[in-house]
Design a binder for this molecule. Structure first.
Ligand SMILES: Cc1cc2nc3c(=O)[nH]c(=O)nc-3n(C[C@H](O)[C@H](O)[C@H](O)COP(=O)(O)OP(=O)(O)OC[C@H]3O[C@@H](n4cnc5c(N)ncnc54)[C@H](O)[C@@H]3O)c2cc1C
Length: 413
């Protein structure tokens, strides 16, 4: 079977690329070993961000680092055994987290983030997935005046980009979210972001629309990828799938395929957990709520109130160690009347991340027809559709929605 493009990985990134190419009349085969949207793109907090201007940076001051090292920061955890393999990556992450570089990051990411909501809206309307989306922004809570002060530093940049961040007193925050308890000092409502009640459902809806347009969805192991004269081939039990080009959108699993091909990229993972809970009585949430110092987000989802944790530095395939979930659940129960856990075991997923915190989007130098769309770290659900548009425009020679240069895979040498 021959198509113009193979897309490997049917998370939000790969699915959006496949759909955008199909919308431009390209023949596309989308390959995944599972059904679409069942891995990282299923388990996230469902935020379609417009407002996270600064990245989730590596701690720069000694005290913050010490808190992480001593397990005093509920937002972070690490496996000691993973650190030797992460030293170089962490050093580069630390360097990229310097204040001047964070500003450059913010400017570059804004070229994509400023399209995130419009691009989701566009695909959701085509795919009939609008019912998953809600407006109302997200509410960030601060337990200390110092925490709120840090957040205020983002306001000037937000104003520059036309984003709305409004400080709320405790009472005002409780008017927005009446089920919360006043265990915090202050709040900020970022009103531009949207959120969804099922990120996996959204991804599946986009994939279904791709199939309605004639796109082929194939269940196969992408590691069977090999170069053939003038193109690329994936082998499955049921046959071969050839194409002129291939896009690797395997998220945290991209290096399983790229390392054997000799394509070296500094991709690592930041693991995270989630659990769904019932709510006591008729308590509910209207939007995602971040407890900044508590280190977690609670979001209303179809499946219940989803609590997502911060970052765990560990090997991708190391056994789960949901200590952050235990720590943050206790804090979340103070804040909101969570009911019982709804699943026997926490979900664990991996944010695919480069040390410079930017995704890699575009062709691989000196590998004709090989493209990457990986490393969307904390913002992959947000950026899937705009990444899809960018890749499709680059491939078809249209004017790109954003300058692709800062995201070029060639930046790793
Ligand atoms: C706890 C947590 C909270 C988050 N919250 C948010 C948020 O609120 N907003 C936001 O924008 N982002 C959020 N993120 C980040 C976001 O979820 C990811 O960046 C995004 O889902 C990555 O999408 P992807 O398509 O690159 O990867 P994935 O969704 O992981 O897709 C990769 C696909 O590749 C497939 N695959 C892997 N190996 C193979 C193989 N050998 N053969 C075939 N197929 C294969 C997998 O089955 C999978 O479907 C969060 C992440 C976590 C962990």
């Amino acid at each position: 079977m021959k198509s113009d493009t193979l897309v490997l990985g049917a998370g939000i990134v790969g699915t959006s690329i496949a759909l955008h190419l199909a919308l431009r009349g390209q023949s596309v085969t989308l390959v995944d070993r599972r059904a679409p949207g069942e891995e990282t793109s299923y388990g996230n907090a469902g935020l379609v961000e417009a407002a996270s201007l600064y990245p989730v940076a590596f701690p720069r001051d000694f005290r913050a680092l010490l808190d992480v090292a001593l397990g005093r920061n509920p937002a972070a955890n690490y496996h000691l055994s993973a650190l030797p393999g992460l030293t170089r990556w962490m050093f580069n992450y630390w360097r990229a987290s310097a204040p001047d570089r964070v500003l450059i990051y913010a400017r570059v990411m804004q070229t994509l983030l400023s399209h995130s909501i419009a691009e989701h809206d566009h695909l959701a309307a085509l795919a009939g997935a609008e019912h998953y989306f809600r407006e109302g922004g997200w509410l960030k809570l601060y337990r200390t005046p110092q925490g709120l002060d840090v957040e205020r530093r983002e306001f000037p940049l937000a104003r520059q980009y036309g984003l709305t961040a409004v400080e709320k007193s405790v009472d005002e925050a409780l008017e927005l979210e009446p089920a919360l308890r006043p265990v915090f000092h202050g709040a900020v409502l970022w009103s531009d972001p949207h959120s969804v009640s099922s990120p996996g459902g959204v991804t599946k809806a986009y994939a279904a629309h791709f199939e309605r347009l004639g796109g082929r969805l194939v269940q196969a192991d992408a590691r069977s990828l090999g170069a053939i004269p003038g193109g690329w081939r994936v082998e499955t039990a049921k046959g071969r799938h050839d194409a002129d080009r291939v896009v690797v959108a395997l998220g945290p699993w991209a290096r399983d395929l790229l390392d054997p091909l000799g394509v070296r990229v500094p991709l690592q993972v930041k693991r995270g957990y989630h659990m769904h809970y019932g709510a006591q009585g008729n308590a509910g949430l209207r939007r995602p709520v971040l407890d900044e110092e508590g280190g977690y987000v609670i979001t209303p989802m179809e499946a219940g109130i989803r609590l997502t944790t911060g970052v765990e530095f560990a090997r991708r395939d190391a056994p789960k160690s949901p200590v952050q979930l235990a720590r943050t659940e206790a804090l979340a129960r103070d804040l909101f009347p969570l009911g019982p856990r709804l699943e026997p075991e926490p979900w664990m997923g991996c944010r695919p991340a480069f040390p410079d915190m930017l995704p890699a989007i575009g062709p691989v130098p000196r590998r004709p027809g090989l493209w990457l769309a990986i490393g969307h770290q904390h913002l992959g659900f947000t950026l899937g559709p705009v990444t899809g548009r960018l890749v499709a425009e680059m491939m078809t020679g249209a004017d790109p929605v954003a300058d692709p240069a800062p995201f070029a895979p060639g930046r790793f040498g």
